[in-house]
Design a protein around this ligand. Structure first.
Ligand code: OTU
Length: 639
């Protein structure tokens, strides 16, 4: 479709639909944005749905959805749209610091969360991801990732009004709210699913139903199993309708059928509803799975990207302050494909997350260094969301081709890492728990809190003060990379307090089969008190982190700057150089082993000067070789 044709199409759409009433000024803004983005939007939708007889009909409906959402958007968020459009890379600032929390586990409910804003501010948090808080089935709802109604709040957390008030309060405190956009599936209790189940053909078309078992088997031949301990394959048989339904995850999470443009429109409507709550980021859950084609893996297909881009274009028109965060926990080359200003401006950095843990286990940094050299650099209009732990498992999604070059066999190495982090490998410091062992492929992932995986739980149990020391230093090391390498650091609730694994999930019938609950602890006042007690380990963990946060916010070199991964030639050291446009440089070096390491004075070459200060300690160096004790870090800046 040419630009001229797109213009004509827009004219035709506008002549044939009734748009909601807008003020003169708003109408001008909306039409201007529509005109600007329409050629792109139509070409994206045309790639997806162009061969449908009802293409134009759905296009008309979509424009009405966009207009209504824009009309319903509060003035406050419209002002935010304008200011973000003037400052589009706000998320690259050194000031950025994120946290991910469960409303109930972190605060109790939405109202109590509002009271935690001073705590968040004191830590420096200005990006808050609230785990799914929507209406969901009682009992097991996959931690809220089975949504029954995107517009209703889970009643145990509060009301819709509470959420709006919280969004307001966060915005007033300069904290960007990030919400989950769980758009690959709904719960089987969503109204659409209920309609589908009762045989309403319009809604049957919202999901993937099959009557022929052979077809299901054919898809299963090429699709990866995500939750093999829940059920083999990607489909669930519904006894009542005698049909199979596509369920990539749990059997109560039904995959939406995006080959149907009505689904695209319906979900756009839900997405803009979430945008109008006043969030500034949407986390695109399980985005790799949204497009399916027979005889493919049904993951990260080209049209999955087109779909996400089309959603993003809709945001540009109706709520441009909102950015997308990709949650693609897949091969690094595939992760990279979601990152683009017109697709996902932000992305989790699962490669760095997994390989920091890999380096801690092996005490070697060659895989981390080689992998990040290949995959760290992304568009300057985008940013990583760096993390050490999250509510999920750790999957070892490194590139096997990079590993092989270093003499590492990917399959064996993942096996080793799983053994190591579940404490089965002799000498391991870690107390993680396995997740989703696949008996066919031998695949497995690992769960556990930052402190437990880093060795604190075991060290406390055997009461070994040297090991406790090591665990605290490992945590500091991981935090230091997370905060300084480039990206928005995302702290997972409780990790700032050194909270250990929580085994109470084993007593809950709805949780015990999902080991990820081991790293979803309830944060108690006791945890916060411990971190305030100067004699506790938690105090040290917390203080180490706070110190690094202060430095991060002070130095522009942690914001909009370039990262170069440096090969030090020392097997246990990891190093990178940050360079800001203003000429500032910062060299970070860290030691992934418990033995002292040395680095020759040549390293100053990267900084162009040997008169440097380690800003972590204030210690001035004058060209001598660096000595790094167990898990030590340097943040070197030219004086
Ligand atoms: C996401 O994760 C969420 O983070 C999980 O908490 C949900 O259970 C899931 O989606 C379903 O909504 O399988 O174990 O390869 O790894 O998208 C985590 C990508 C998951 C998947 C990821 C998914």
């Amino acid at each position: 479709m040419t630009e001229e044709q797109a213009k004509l199409a827009l004219q035709q759409v506008l002549e044939s639909v009734e748009l909601p009433k807008l003020t003169k000024k708003d109408e001008k803004v909306f039409i201007q944005r529509l005109e600007q983005s329409f050629p792109l939007l139509v070409s994206q939708l045309h790639q997806l749905y162009g061969d449908r007889y009802d293409f134009f009909f759905h296009l008309q409906k979509l424009v009405v959805v966009l207009a209504k959402a824009f009309a319903g958007r509060k003035r406050k968020w419209k002002n935010l749209d304008e200011s973000r459009l003037k400052n589009p890379d706000w998320y690259r600032s050194e000031e950025m610091l994120g946290m991910a929390v469960y409303v109930d586990l972190f605060a109790g409910d939405l109202q109590k969360l509002k009271q935690k804003i001073p705590y968040l501010k004191s830590l420096g948090i200005n990006y808050l991801h609230l785990m799914p808080l929507y209406k969901a089935p009682e009992g097991d709802s996959d931690g809220g990732y089975a949504v029954s109604d995107y517009r209703k709040v889970d009643p145990s957390l509060g009301t819709e009004k509470d959420l709006l008030q919280l969004a307001d309060a966060l915005s007033d405190a300069d904290i960007s709210l990030v919400l989950d956009f769980v758009f690959n599936h709904t719960s089987d209790e969503h109204q659409w699913a209920k309609e589908a189940r009762s045989g309403n053909p319009d809604f049957e078309d919202f999901y993937y139903f099959f009557t022929d078992k052979n077809e299901v088997d054919e898809y299963n031949q090429t699709c990866r199993e995500i939750f093999p301990t829940v059920r083999r394959g990607s489909f669930t048989f519904l006894e009542d309708t005698e049909k199979w339904v596509w369920t990539t995850f749990n059997s109560f999470q039904w995959d939406l059928n995006y080959s149907n443009p009505a689904v695209f429109n319906a979900i756009t409507d839900e997405m803009l509803f979430l945008a109008n709550i006043g969030c500034q980021g949407l986390r695109l859950d399980a985005l790799a799975f949204i497009w399916k084609e027979k005889w493919t893996q049904c993951e990260s297909l080209p049209k999955a990207h087109t779909l996400i881009q089309a959603f993003n274009t809709c945001l540009q028109i109706a709520a441009p302050a909102v950015v997308f965060k990709s949650e693609a926990i897949v091969h690094p080359d595939e992760v990279a494909k979601y990152i683009d200003k017109d697709e996902c401006q932000l992305s989790y950095n699962p490669l760095m997350m997994a390989l920091m843990w890999e380096s801690l286990a092996t005490r070697e940094t060659k895989l981390l260094t080689a992998s990040l050299k290949k995959s760290f650099s992304i568009s300057e209009q985008c940013n990583w969301v760096n993390y050490i732990r999250c509510h999920d498992d750790i999957g070892w999604t490194f590139d096997d081709a990079v590993a092989v070059e270093l003499g590492i066999n990917g399959f064996d190495h993942r096996r080793f890492l799983n053994q190591f982090y579940t404490g089965k490998f002799e000498g391991s410091f870690s107390t993680g728990v396995p997740f989703q062992e696949n008996p066919t492929t031998g695949d497995c992932r690992v769960c556990g809190s930052l402190a437990s995986l880093a060795g604190l739980e075991q060290a406390i149990r055997i009461d070994n003060s040297l090991y406790i020391e090591h665990a605290i230093k490992r945590i500091r090391l991981l935090n230091s990379i997370n905060l300084s390498i480039g990206g928005i650091p995302l702290i997972y609730q409780g990790d700032e307090l050194g909270v250990l694994n929580d085994y109470s999930y084993l007593e809950d019938e709805f949780k015990r089969d999902d080991t990820r609950w081991v790293n979803r602890p309830r944060i108690s006042p006791h945890d916060t008190e411990l971190a305030a007690n100067q004699n506790s380990y938690e105090f040290r963990i917390n203080q180490d982190l706070q110190q690094m946060i202060r430095l991060r916010k002070r130095e522009p070199v942690f914001g909009k700057a370039k990262t170069e991964i440096i090969e030090t030639g020392e097997p246990h050291l990891f190093a990178y150089l940050r360079t800001h446009d203003n000429g500032d440089k910062l060299l970070a070096v860290c030691n992934f082993s418990e033995h002292e390491q040395r680095l020759s004075a040549e390293i100053y070459g990267a900084l162009g000067s040997s008169n440097v200060t380690d800003i972590l300690t204030g210690y001035r160096l004058g060209g001598e070789a660096l000595a790094l004790s167990a898990y030590d870090i340097y943040w070197l800046k030219v004086d």
